[in-house]
Design a binder for this molecule. Structure first.
Ligand SMILES: [Zn+2]
Ligand SMILES: [Zn+2]
Length: 183
């Protein structure tokens, strides 16, 4: 579970730590993903410090060949979770300066879901590649070149360009002759 009851840990001495095995499914970028790993929770003077390594995967579109692929992610999590109530009195604690900080709810549940989602999205590359040497798509016929070469001739010597420049040339010569003929 990504939700851990930390009531006991909040009552423990500063420096007390516990390990938890994580195995859960959460929604990341619109699809359900299995999250596996281990985290260590430690009581600090003001919070619970979470450290651990989690694994999940995410579906991406290759920026070169546009195929769908699944990328395995390793998330090195390190986050502080702040209690909102005093564990002994149940009274609300003063509001945190950092409103973005992760908190432990009134039932003493520490929820890792949002942190895992944020870490996963941050570890997605700007230009994902299905593989490092992805050959991409042919810019003429659009074939996925990872599945083999296409029949297009090599770009610099494309005969259609040669033919086109011949046409331009002959057109130019024709108008030249016409102009001379008019004189
Ligand atoms: Zn690709
Ligand atoms: Zn081609």
């Amino acid at each position: 579970m990504l939700q851990i009851n930390v009531a006991g840990l909040l009552k423990a001495n500063i420096g007390t730590a516990r390990d938890y095995v994580i195995e859960d499914t959460i929604e990341i970028a619109g699809s359900h993903r299995v999250v596996l790993g281990e985290v260590n929770l430690m009581r600090t003077d003001r919070s619970i410090l979470v450290k651990g390594t989690l694994h999940t995967d995410i579906d991406l579109t290759c920026s070169r060949c546009l195929s769908q692929f699944s990328l395995r992610l390793t998330l090195d999590i390190e986050e502080e979770y702040f209690p909102r109530i005093d564990i002994y009195t149940g009274n609300a604690l003063p509001a945190l300066e950092d409103s973005e900080a992760f908190t432990i709810d009134e039932q003493n549940m520490l929820d890792l879901t949002e942190a895992v989602r944020q870490y996963a999205l941050l570890s997605v590359p700007m230009k994902p590649l299905c593989r490092a040497d992805c050959a991409g798509l042919c810019s003429v016929c659009g074939r996925n070149l990872n599945q083999g070469p296409c029949d297009c001739p090599p770009m610099p010597a494309d005969p259609r360009w040669a033919k086109l420049s011949q046409l331009i040339q002959s057109d130019h010569e024709t108008s030249e002759k016409e102009r001379k003929g008019m004189k």
